[in-house]
Design a protein around this ligand. Structure first.
Ligand code: ARG
Length: 466
């Protein structure tokens, strides 16, 4: 038999690929990180082949032992990757062939198309779990900071203008909520990944009597009761990249969240606000201006969010308009996915470190939160409780605010007479509204920043983030 130019598919070729083509088309440089998944996939596949009698038990055992050795070589850095072998799959199969004759049977009833789809589903299950743990780390750090600053009150902002007072912990809980949705989204993606495409072949399955459910069970593609979950259409199984997009989308949205958190921290730590101090460990200086201490970690978190969105866009564009089923374009699906995973992971670590090292500037917070204008709405509510329609109350308080501004004094420093001239229902107890603790304690409803609700949220998050 003639020796093929390319070991795995060279049978019908007269000449091998040009060096330029090899360089252009290789993916081993980036898909090698799939090796652990590729190897457990191959072990399950060969176990299934033995189970249905397509290879012997002995061949299966040789294949398993060979794959284990290869994985050990890869882990220790001894493995020699060859980009001329295109991708992770062929590098591993080639290495196995050098060890054992049975290697030539491993690819029975399998294509790289269902193989890579399987590898990536295993990767997504791992990546979602790993990222989930990192996001949890950020949430725990936020909870610790909230706990250490329970009594701190800050202005809540709308339009970046002081709006109404909130406990700092309420603001931090808002971030924890955002991140909780990220964790939920990641576990949804992991659940969708939990179906085995193995056995779909290149596009139309195989004529050989394989047992897809057996392989699925071995790879833990099972439901909660241990029943195998397998994809239901061989063409869709090898063409589908929805998971890639959903994973990148979950990362992009996580990026949006951390970018908003980072932006709050940048604003809070600016000279103008000075509500918080960010840790030295996550700030940098200026090479020119000796006084500078810049929030670079937060700025980079904001910047990385753009990159995460770009990866999502790359994947959407990649798949759009592709004919059924597998096309080589799809090899380009991995770099953006891996990048989204790596960048999201390091962003989570950096944000956790930044949060753990931040401190609230209590005097500045107290000064900002004691601005009586923050309770102008409470004053309108006071009039409402005395029978004034809200729109009328709003207008009257607006006039009070304008008067204080004109006189250059704080609202509570106006006299009863001045205020009652603007609306007779202000009466004599209107100034009691400007007690900050009282104002907060009146915000009792679910989700509001009153102390009773804050206590409830501490309890809730402590349980969820345990
Ligand atoms: N490296 C390829 C990829 O990531 C594996 C599948 C190749 N299949 C093929 N028919 N060329 O898409």
């Amino acid at each position: 038999m003639a020796k093929p130019i390319q070991a795995t598919w060279g049978g019908r070729f007269k000449s091998g690929p040009a060096d330029l083509m090899l360089k252009f088309s290789e993916s081993a440089s980036f898909d090698r990180r799939l090796a652990p998944f590729d190897i457990i996939g191959s072990k399950a596949h060969s176990a299934m082949l033995a189970h249905v009698g397509l290879i012997t038990a002995r061949e299966r055992d040789e294949i398993h032992a060979g794959l284990d050795e290869i994985l050990a070589d890869i882990r220790s850095g001894r493995f020699v990757w060859d980009s001329r072998l295109e991708d992770v799959h062929m590098n591993i199969e080639h290495a196995l062939a050098k060890r054992i004759p049975a290697a030539t049977k491993l690819h029975t009833a399998r294509s790289r198309n269902d193989q890579v789809a399987t590898d990536m589903r295993l990767f997504f299950k791992y990546a979602c779990a790993a990222l989930g743990v990192k996001v949890l780390g950020v949430q725990r750090a936020l909870l610790a900071v909230a706990d250490a600053n329970r009594s701190v009150i800050i202005p809540g902002y709308t339009h970046l203008q002081r709006a109404q007072p909130v406990y700092a912990s309420h603001h931090l809980f808002a971030w924890i909520e955002m991140l909780e949705r990220d964790r939920t989204r990641l576990s949804t993606v992991a659940d969708k990944a939990n179906e085995s495409p193995l056995g779909s072949g290149a596009v139309a399955g195989t004529t050989l009597p394989i047992d897809r459910e057996f392989a699925a069970r071995m790879l833990r593609f099972v439901d909660r009761r241990g029943r195998p979950r397998v994809t239901q259409n061989s063409m869709d199984a090898v063409a589908d990249r929805d998971l890639f997009i959903e994973f990148a989308s979950a990362c992009a949205l996580f990026g949006v969240h951390i970018s908003r958190i980072a932006e709050d921290l940048i604003i809070w730590s600016s000279s103008e606000f000075r509500l918080v101090e960010l840790p030295d460990e996550f700030c940098t200086g200026s090479s020119l201006m000796p006084q500078k201490r810049n929030p670079d970690a937060c700025e980079l978190l904001r910047g990385k969010a753009a990159r995460l969105q770009g990866n999502l866009q790359t994947l959407l564009s990649l798949v759009k308009g592709l004919p059924m089923a597998y096309n080589r374009d799809l090899q380009e699906d991995k770099p953006p996915v891996f990048d989204s995973f790596d960048q999201s992971a390091i962003c989570a670590d950096v944000l956790e470190g930044t949060v753990r090292g931040m401190s609230f500037n209590r005097e500045r917070c107290a000064a900002a939160a004691s601005d009586p204008a923050l309770l102008a709405t409470d004053l309108a509510d006071y009039l409402v409780s005395r029978g004034v329609p809200f729109r009328e109350a709003h207008h009257a308080v607006g006039a009070v605010v304008a008067l204080a501004e004109r006189k250059g004094c704080a609202i509570p420093d106006l006299s009863n007479a001045e205020v009652n001239r603007l609306h007779p229902r202000f009466g004599t107890r209107w100034a009691s509204v400007f007690d900050l603790d009282r104002a907060l304690s009146m915000r009792k409803g679910t989700g509001m920043p009153g102390p009773s609700q804050i206590a409830r949220q501490f309890g809730r998050w402590r349980k969820i983030l345990r």
